[in-house]
Write a new protein. Structure first.
Length: 390
């Protein structure tokens, strides 16, 4: 009995850690997840679960929240949790039927299953499986040996760059050395070099790709080229964060505006939020978040709730951030009506020291529970109320 209570407590505590460093699950629609996967050139990871499934709960409580799991999955996948027995997920369950829980699905942006696994895994098993799914086995060593021996065949170099990129190793040196020997960048082979070699926006190869953007699109397709451009801009934002360089942040935004103007505004706000969260600048972070809500998210309850979670992760105790999070969480709860939205609002009130409002919001969360959500949400809400009373 003691072990069961310990597990339940762990489950509830984990569920209430709104700013955990574990896997960040996307809360938009399946179509929006596919769109996001295309723009970021990522696979989609789906935890296909049922609310009554014990192994599913154990993974949610002790595996998904781990920092090493979150770091890998957040960097490489768009992550979704889908209750396969909920009516609103019937279309997804019909397209991707499962026979046991949990089933872990890895799906590409076009909806094709890349790999799946049935049954719970611990953190190391999950990471090992995900790395195999990505084909992260480093194949660059053989190329490196041939390169050192003097092989400069263009097709070999292109494959070498691809292998380095797949292994997450720097490839820009090889790209630049090859491009330095070229004068015509419009050949099919050189357009492929520009595409494969574009890994960061703050580079000459990025500028060459944008200069030859229409020709590269004609060869490889607009969707593929646009995704590569946006990914390169995101990588420059990561570099800006690493070096605490607003100049690099500005360059990433500027390059995005030139190359993909339709996505530039939203990208700029998202990039700003990432940068200012990392540099602990709550004032500018909040400005970027407010601009994103006004221009892109508006009154979409699911996206608004996701934005609130982002605020709580970035600045869990900042009074002004909590004030804004409260307003958006209230809108999301009242318009969306989901129990988890009300529970997030309750958590914000608790952080602000208002136990009365926190209890009231938690009680609204309980009223919003449907029959299928009772096992999953009921215990969380009851535990939350007990923490207020205790």
């Amino acid at each position: 009995m003691k072990q069961i209570l310990t597990f339940l407590t762990l489950s509830l505590l984990t569920s209430l850690r709104l700013f955990s460093q574990g896997i960040e699950f996307f809360h938009g629609t399946w179509a929006e997840a596919q769109e996001k996967a295309k723009s970021e050139e990522k696979l989609i990871f789906v935890d296909a679960f049922a609310s009554w499934c014990g192994p599913c709960k154990r993974m949610a409580a002790s595996v998904f929240p781990q920092e090493k799991v979150g770091s890998f999955f957040n960097a490489n996948f768009i992550n979704l949790k889908i209750d396969m027995e909920k009516p609103e997920n019937a279309e997804f369950a019909g397209k991707y039927p499962v026979s046991a829980y949990p089933t872990l699905l890895f799906i590409d942006a076009n909806g094709k299953i890349v790999q799946k696994a049935v049954g719970a895994k611990d953190a190391d098993q999950l990471l090992e499986f995900a790395q195999k799914v990505l084909g992260r086995a480093d194949k660059s060593a053989d190329y490196e040996k041939q390169y050192a021996e003097g092989n400069r065949d263009p097709k070999f170099l292109l494959d070498y760059i691809r292998a380095l990129n797949a292994a997450g190793k720097p490839s820009l040196k090889i790209t630049n050395e090859y491009l330095a020997t070229q004068t015509d960048f419009t050949t099919d082979l050189n357009l492929q070099f520009l595409y494969e070699g574009t890994v960061e926006a703050d580079s000459r190869v990025f500028d060459l790709l944008v200069k030859n953007q229409s020709k590269t699109i004609a060869l490889l397709g607009e969707e593929k080229v646009s995704a590569r451009i946006e990914k390169a801009c995101r990588n420059t934002v990561k570099k800006a964060i690493e070096f605490k360089s607003e100049e690099l942040l500005g360059e990433a935004k500027s390059k995005m505006k030139t190359a993909l103007p339709a996505r530039a505004e939203a990208f700029g706000f998202e990039a700003g939020m990432s940068y200012y969260a990392a540099t602990k600048d709550s004032k500018n972070y909040l400005k970027a978040a407010q601009s994103l809500q006004k221009s892109e998210i508006k009154n979409n309850s699911a996206k608004l709730h996701d934005l609130v979670i982002s605020l709580l992760r970035a600045f869990p105790e900042d009074p002004k951030t909590l004030e804004q999070a409260e307003k958006w969480a209230k809108d999301a709860a009242e318009n969306g009506g989901l129990p988890e939205y009300y529970l997030t609002l309750a958590d914000i009130y608790k952080r602000q020291g208002n136990k009365e409002k926190a209890k009231s919001a938690a009680e609204k969360a309980r009223k919003a529970i449907g029959e299928k959500d009772e096992k999953n949400m009921g215990g969380k809400i009851d535990y939350f109320i007990r923490t207020l009373e205790g």
